[in-house]
Write a protein that binds this ligand. Structure first.
Ligand code: GLY
Ligand code: MN
Ligand code: MN
Length: 434
């Protein structure tokens, strides 16, 4: 916990607001079944601005000449703490997390209409959560009911998340330290899974292996539902049953990352279950690896968001033509989109507190955003060859994706996930050495 970092973020947002009130609630707890909950995960916007991980909390920012940040959180409650664990309570939270004021979340309905009175603007993310939409509407109506006493209600509602999105797109040194650590844990977990896998195992046995490595290194959770896809399963992009037997001669695609103190890593590796690529698997793998290398070269400051994708497409289109899987020229394959039979997703996304992180990909005028130092994105080309009449049988069911997490630096980039074994030689060596 770096108090100064979080206070600075709130100050930056207060300055962007200029005047008015921001309301940023955290995520609700979610029931899994009956009275069992899912493991709690805070809202990323709330956490980004507070560092406060408890449920039932809300941040209120008052911008203007006398800017203030106010936390609403659960009261201390010895009885509940015996069952559910420690809670800070407003008094301690105020000191520890550096708020100007803190109150019980039970006081929201009484205090929010007062805080909203005579404020020009409300900054709130309407539509994100029906519960909070209704509560905020109730508070606004309570203010409006007082107009005859000379009180005015905010005239406009602006999406507070848009302001924070721009901040979240540029990672601070503090965030990058966490992201490097998250990436390192996930890279080690992939290497461990690769060394462990062999024919006859079930996909979930390999999953258990990398989950073990996540948790024993301090990651709190997988950053998203892990994909452990042997053979044809790799051609189902969001496969996550993870319960099929791994066959000798098949490839295994693992897309898995962990979450460390809120920050996601997101890695995909594909390797042969038996430790040795067949000639055709190797050819397709080398094509995807070359596409990824070309994309990573383009991940540099000043280039637009789509430059890595375009570079990957050039290599993939060339390769698909050379394999006889697509017909025509590189340009025509890209223009007609015939490559989409084998590559139907994009080459990456922003990465941070959310695996598909906050931030725009296009400017308001419709152009791709420009990559800047501090951006973190994934670079993840792939090739998925399903059985089809226009595909020779020896290609069938080869599904390959290679995904790394890349930080844009002042001059180029840094691959945060560089420790995850990736070349054909290194994979075969690691799997032979086990
Ligand atoms: N694992 C999610 C993604 O690669 O986008
Ligand atoms: Mn990804
Ligand atoms: Mn992924």
């Amino acid at each position: 916990m770096n108090l100064n970092e979080f206070q600075q973020r709130r100050l930056t947002l207060l300055n962007k607001m200029g005047a008015g009130v921001a309301i940023i609630p955290t995520a609700p707890e979610a029931i899994r079944n009956r009275d069992s909950h899912y493991a709690y995960r805070f809202d990323s916007y709330f956490y980004y601005l507070t560092g406060f991980a408890e449920p039932e909390a809300m941040l209120v920012l008052i911008a203007g000449d006398n800017p203030k940040s106010i936390l609403f959180c659960r009261d201390k409650d010895i009885e509940r703490e015996i069952w559910d664990g420690f809670r800070y309570g407003p008094q301690v939270a105020k000191e520890k997390f550096g708020f100007d004021e803190a109150y019980s979340v039970g006081h929201l309905d009484e205090m929010l209409p007062k805080l909203l009175a005579n404020q020009p603007d409300l900054f709130f993310s309407l539509g994100a959560d029906a519960h909070w939409d209704a509560r905020v509407t109730g508070w606004l109506n309570a203010v409006k009911a007082l107009v005859r006493t000379g009180v005015s209600a905010p005239e406009s509602i602006q999406d507070v998340r848009r302001l924070v999105d721009n901040m979240r797109m540029i990672k601070s040194p503090y965030e990058l330290d966490l992201m490097r650590r998250s990436a390192k844990i996930a890279a080690g977990a992939h290497n461990r899974a690769m060394r462990f896998a062999k024919p006859g195992m079930v996909e979930y046995e390999v999953e258990a292996e990398f989950l073990h490595e996540f948790y024993r290194n301090g990651a709190q959770a997988p950053a998203y539902t892990s994909i452990v896809a042997g053979g044809a399963n790799a051609c189902t992009l969001h496969y996550n049953a993870n319960n099929a037997v791994l066959n000798d001669g098949d490839l295994l695609l693992i897309d898995a990352g962990c979450e460390l103190d809120g920050y996601a890593s997101d890695i995909t590796r594909t390797f042969p279950v038996n430790g040795k690529f067949s000639a055709i698997q190797k050819d397709v793998y080398e094509m995807v690896l070359a596409a990824q290398a070309a994309a990573i070269v383009q991940a540099m400051p000043g280039n637009h968001w789509n430059a890595p994708h375009e570079a990957a497409l050039q290599v993939l289109a060339r390769g698909l033509i050379d394999f006889g899987l697509c017909q025509g020229t590189v340009d025509s394959v890209i223009e007609t989109g015939s490559y989409r039979q084998f590559y139907m997703h994009r080459t990456g996304h922003w990465l941070g507190l959310d695996v598909h992180d906050a931030g725009e990909y296009k400017t308001q005028s419709g152009e791709w955003v420009t990559l800047q130092a501090g951006n973190v994105l994934t670079v993840e080309p792939g090739c998925y060859i399903r059985p089809a009449d226009n595909v020779p049988e020896h290609f069938w069911n080869i599904g390959i994706r290679i995904e790394d997490d890349v930080l844009i630096t002042g001059k180029g980039n840094e691959i945060l996930t560089k420790d995850a074994i990736k070349t054909v030689t290194d994979i075969e060596k690691a799997m032979a050495d086990k």
